[in-house]
Write a protein that binds this ligand. Sequence first.
Ligand SMILES: [Zn+2]
Length: 252
Amino acid sequence: MGTEARCSRNWLVSSVAALVASAAAISFVASFGARAVAAEGDGASQSAIYGPGTPLPTKVGSELWAQLLEGNRRFVRGALTTRAVIGRREQLAHEDRPKIICLCCSDSRVPPELVFDQAIGDVYVVRTAGNVADAVALGSLEHAVEHLLGSLLVVLGHENCSIVAAAASGEPMPTPNLESIVKRIRPALATVDPASTGKDQIALKQVEANVQRSARALLEESPILHAAVGKGNLALYKGVVRIASGEVTRLK
Ligand SMILES: [Zn+2]
């Protein structure tokens, strides 16, 4: 078989594989939607996933958030779940369908899979210093919403965030790359009331303000995320992790 014929055959094989994968994905989405709609008890007139006006997504979002908080309580107690990693890995070899998406800081002390005690395959994670929603982070989140069935998006900041402190210092950053991060954080800091008492309290409020700003950026700078939240297909939650206790507090 010549090169061209082999290429053509390879293309055909990969196209068929893609079609099979698409069919499997549609079937999975349909079955997830059917299960979810059935749980709501009003499935007759709904679309495969979420019909217009269906209260389901909010419910799914709050249920997923409750799942995360349960995991966080285990993390706080130091009682992480023991998991069958090899079996789960094999099960996930050909699919990535996390229902939870998380934008969080790259800080080594707050890996969301541990903070929320979740398994591989449970959470699609985008991590940037200061949980800033730059173009690459937004594109990564859009990918998750468009292709990976995400139903809950969590923006997660944390106490004692060094890049937020660097932004708050007002000092120029040594590189344009670092400057691009603090540029996204500084407008949030302007909203913090300087009358707040105590250095730690101000620092925490700055972290909270930065989480709020990132969450707003998701809606203002990404039509895909804005539409998903607007249609009720994606619930947006915000939280902050306390470093020493590990506890996550939800921000309204
Ligand atoms: Zn941080």
